[in-house]
Design a protein around this ligand. Structure first.
Ligand SMILES: Nc1ncnc2c1ncn2[C@@H]1O[C@H](COP(=O)(O)OP(=O)(O)O)[C@@H](O)[C@H]1O
Ligand SMILES: [Mg+2]
Length: 297
């Protein structure tokens, strides 16, 4: 899928015998390509092991390569090991407490939402600064660590700047290549917006961030009705209706931060969306100016 596999550092090449050292405890999560296990290791302690099914094995080196590129950053999980056997491929990493979807289902306070938002934006700022775009940001792919820090855990759909060439853009625009789960997919993936060129880049992640931010505040998806079986025009209409709901949501907060984040991320024209680093700058300057308040209803 990407050329990142070739950039895997030698320290992350498949180890020879690690599988026998990891004792599986229980399955803690499942996605499109993999199951995630809680496991123990004599040296690393309790860890998460992502087991890619045989048919998705080719995803593992890509994800490994991407995860190794973000090591050392606090908003990504620590990487421990990688190995392969006849059943599939495995990545051992830092065990997280749970995913953002469960946090949203249990209702988050405004303080928790803002904390999570800053963590997600810091992760995006770092990814974008090293020329990567995530392209599948959603609550299932973000976890909270035992240290209380939110981290992006699933890097399987990310692309490098070099990969985002003309044929990549054409494939998305012609519907040959789908990026980002449909409810978090930006308008430019469906239609041309106000003459704005349909380029797919880091602004895709910013739109997805806006969708997640709304979901953390409200407990429900903003673009729930968008669907892969709908036409582009139908999805655009869903987006327009969702944006009206977002406008009324903005008014519920006395604090200017939710308003600022919503109106600068959920912008139809991708070139008018703020970057992750600008969103962080505005967030921090507003948080020193005014304390956070709870919604009025
Ligand atoms: N390091 C981790 N610690 C704890 N749970 C995790 C970890 N990584 C992923 N999970 C859980 O497992 C689920 C599936 O993992 P994910 O990497 O998203 O797989 P896929 O690539 O198949 O979507 C996630 O939605 C999350 O709930
Ligand atoms: Mg996932």
């Amino acid at each position: 899928m990407t050329t990142v596999a070739s950039q895997v550092s030698s320290s992350c090449a498949p180890s020879e015998y690690p599988s026998s050292e990891y004792k599986k405890i229980r399955v803690i999560g499942s996605g499109t390509t993999a199951h995630v296990w809680e496991a123990t290791h004599p040296f690393h302690g309790t860890v998460a092991v992502k087991q890619f099914e045989q048919r998705f094995k080719f995803h593992a080196p890509t994800e490994l390569g991407l995860l190794s590129r973000v090591q050392g950053h606090p908003n990504f999980p620590k990487l421990f090991d990688f190995w392969e056997d006849h059943k599939g491929s495995y990545i051992a990493m830092e065990l997280m407490k749970g995913d953002l979807l469960s946090e949203i289902e249990n209702q988050m306070t405004i303080e928790e939402v803002l904390k999570a938002s800053l963590d997600i934006l810091q992760a995006l700022k770092h990814l974008h600064s090293i020329g990567l775009v995530h392209f599948d940001l959603k609550p299932e792919n973000i976890c909270i660590g035992h240290d209380g820090v939110f981290k992006i855990v699933d890097m399987g759909s990310a692309y490098t700047k070099e990969d985002m060439n003309e044929s990549f853009q054409t494939n998305i625009n012609s519907g040959k290549l789908y990026l980002t789960t449909v409810n978090y997919r930006p308008p430019e993936a469906f239609v041309e917006v106000e003459g704005c060129k349909r380029v797919h880049d880091e602004k895709t992640d910013i739109w997805s961030f806006g969708c997640i931010f709304y979901e953390m505040l409200s407990g429900g998806q903003l673009f729930e009705q968008c669907s892969d079986s709908s036409t582009c025009e139908e999805n655009e209409q869903e987006i327009d209706e969702g944006l009206l709901m977002m406008e009324s949501m903005k008014e519920l907060y006395h604090s200017p931060i939710p308003k600022m984040l919503l109106e600068n991320s959920l912008v139809k024209r991708s070139d008018s969306r703020l970057s992750a680093s600008d969103l962080i700058l505005r967030f921090l300057s507003l948080s020193t100016e005014s304390p956070t308040e709870l919604p009025t209803d």
